[in-house]
Design a protein around this ligand. Structure first.
Ligand code: C2E
Ligand code: MG
Ligand code: MG
Ligand code: MG
Length: 299
């Protein structure tokens, strides 16, 4: 019935679905409306925006990169998080366009940050699993780099484990082309998927991002401590850097520091911020580091 309602509302306008239960009607038409609105927002280059979450290098004490996270400022529903609309773009065949838009915008805004005194900052962009079978991805990346003048070394692509493993051969050649451009590759939400360790050495990777589910209870869970330590112990000899996601407390930070984790990301440092606020955050962080009063820093 849901399908029929969808079909009917697509074919002949919203008036024709009134004979279905109001629940079904509402659910189907709300999703359809969102789909239309999202396509439109993407086409018109309005309402979509990026928030950026700073990532701290524990070795240097500097914010060395940002993760770009897409948001949708919906006219009626307010600010929507990606979990609310990425699935819609994936299910309806325009996630490649959406992710390409994010890539271009992230590179443009990174260029703006360069002009504001942050020329070394890097940006990590998420890539939907579906786009790993999208042959044009390397070209999209090149376009975004060329259009903004950003060096490839300042861009990272985040891909989830399952996305990589579902079609390793295809992912391998695509990632090799992307890495050939000079762009780095991270595995996102590492530890929650089903990667085979053999692939860690076969795939052209730079960074593992430990999923935040391993960090929640790290203060008290010996198992989680062992897992995080094991991931770092495996990553470093393979020349992979490790980012811990979802770091919210000083205790988590101290543990991660003690086991040699390379980077942290999480609310302890900052929530994802709109560009204007990010600029202020970076300036203040730099000032505090210079006067050595950053609570996150050693000594
Ligand atoms: P992700 O790539 O794993 O991004 C990290 C998510 O964790 C973000 O949620 C971030 O706000 C949240 N987070 C960061 N630090 C903390 C913390 O300390 N505590 C807690 N509880 N959460 C924290 P967000 O922005 O809602 O994004 C959710 C997911 O949506 C992302 O997970 C990513 O998979 C996807 N996504 C975001 N932007 C894009 C995009 O441009 N394209 C695609 N394809 N997917 C995207
Ligand atoms: Mg990510
Ligand atoms: Mg993640
Ligand atoms: Mg995630």
């Amino acid at each position: 019935h849901a399908d029929l309602a969808l079909y009917q509302s697509k074919g002949s306008g919203r008036n024709s679905v009134h004979f279905f239960s109001s629940h079904l009607k509402n659910k189907a038409s709300i999703e359809l409306e969102l789909e239309d609105e999202l396509r439109q927002a993407l086409q018109d280059d309005r309402e979509l925006l990026l928030h950026y979450q700073p990532i701290l290098d524990l070795c240097t004490g500097e914010i060395s990169k940002l993760e770009a996270l897409v948001r949708w400022q919906h006219p009626r529903l307010g600010l929507l998080s990606p979990d609310r609309f990425i699935g819609i773009a994936e299910a309806n065949g325009f996630i490649a366009e959406l992710d390409a838009w994010v890539l271009r915008r992230a590179c443009q805004e990174l260029h703006q940050l360069s002009l504001c005194g942050f020329p070394e900052l890097r940006v990590a962009v998420n890539c939907s699993a579906l786009n790993l079978s999208h042959d044009d991805l390397p070209e999209e990346i090149e376009l975004a780099l060329r259009g903004s003048g950003i060096r490839a070394q300042r861009l990272e692509l985040e891909v989830t484990e399952n996305a990589l493993m579902s079609n390793v051969n295809q992912a391998l050649s695509l990632l090799q082309r992307i890495r050939g451009l000079g762009v780095s590759i991270s595995i996102d939400d590492f530890g929650t998927g089903y990667s085979s360790l053999a692939y860690l050495k076969r795939l052209p990777l730079d960074t593992l991002k430990i999923d935040r589910s391993f960090l929640f209870d790290i203060a008290t869970s010996n198992a989680d401590q062992q897992i995080v330590q094991a991931i770092i112990g495996m990553a470093h000899p393979l020349h992979l850097k490790v980012v811990a996601e979802g770091v919210e407390t000083e205790t988590q930070l101290e543990f991660l520091r003690s086991v040699g984790c390379d980077f942290i990301q999480g609310y302890l440092l900052s929530k994802p911020l709109p560009l204007a606020e990010l600029d202020t955050f970076l300036v203040e962080f730099r000032l505090r580091s210079a006067s050595n009063v950053v609570p996150l820093r050693n000594g």
